[in-house]
Design a protein around this ligand. Sequence first.
Ligand code: PHE
Length: 448
Amino acid sequence: MSAQRGEFGSRFGFIMAAAGSAVGLGNIWGFPTQAASNGGAAFVLVYLVLAFLLAYPVLMAELTLGRHAHGNMIAALAKVSRNGTQRGIGTLVGIVGIFTASLILSFYAIVSGWMLGFGAAYPLAAMGASDTSTWLTTFGESRNLLLMLIFMALTMVVVAGGVEKGIERWSKRLMPAMIVTLVLLSGYVLTLDGASKGLAVYLIPDVSKILSTELVFNAMGAAFFSLSLGVGTMLIYGSYISDEEHLPTLGAQVALVDVGIAVLAGFLILPAMYVAAERGVMIFNDAGGLLSEDTLIFTVLPALFESMNESGTFLALAFFGLMSIAALTSSISMLEVPVSFLVERFNWGRTQAAFVATLIITLMSAAIVLNFDDLFGLVITVSTRFSQPLLGFALCIYAGWVWRRDSLLTELAQNEASGELTLFMKWWPLYARFVCPAIIALILLRSL
Ligand code: PHE
């Protein structure tokens, strides 16, 4: 491998970086609130099944393709192609991947900015700066723009630092802090009055909903989004793994951390909602369903924190700090997609690439802020519900059909001590070839 190419310095570093990418707003905000509005444990169950039976194999496709090519998605799809048409389509898929990663970052940075804003607002209010605090927590164009800019700048600084000194170093610092905070917070919230009602909603499935098309479609989107799939993030992270590492194990560890944290976050968010209800906060919408998404995080939880006085300030700081960290370790992985492309394809320096990519994505994000009602929801649906699964479909086709089986097996067998075909190596290529594309296509088609 070329000496200039970045590489993760350690196995732990890779797991923290990849799990850091996977664990984000999707786990701590998206997953629990979607569970709340999609039949509680019924959604959790379908999500778990899809995460292991669909998302994990697609994650393996990305990691293996990336490490094989030691390059970005376009380079990787070209490398396994066997003719010009396959290479052409691969390039197109790669471009859509880079564009989707940028699109995701452009809405993600807005929401992450709110997390930063709410995190700063509580200590500021406690110190008497109530005007600033109110401004930070009130929806408005200038606030949205400023916070988004700050978040994009943070993301850029980490990515410009490089794979080992930027991404890996910060993920290794931030992820353990995030996990400890999450465990402590959920442990505390579970002791409060009302928490058990939330727990029941989370853990008792509404079985009538399990096979609803909408639930399965949403759960698939959530699983793809949560494991950062389709857009080449995991592929590029895979390309930074040393050839000595055993990919199926690393992939399984990352998937387990990701799913584990989503499930754990459910033990925080749903009980917290019912604790809030116990204190008189409205947690149901007019239709009688649970409030979800932005109303939940930015209305229900703040109302809960306010009802708790000082300990509320402390909890709020911990909660929004946790969210900001989770968001940052994900956003750096999104920015790495266009950045690695610019570095590898045009030989740009990393700092220059990080700056230009950040600038373009910031402009896209600003366009969303300025046309919020029209664009925000649309961009989320297009990029996460449709583009990500479709790209996952394409990646399975490349790993399962285009890539020569012997070369694929050689890549997987690289560090198999026995040199034999393991169970994984026997089944996964077939699985990626037939089962994964079929499931994705079926779910997408049914939802149309
Ligand atoms: N997995 C991240 C989350 O759950 C989001 C993400 C999507 C990250 C795509 C990278 C690429 O929040």
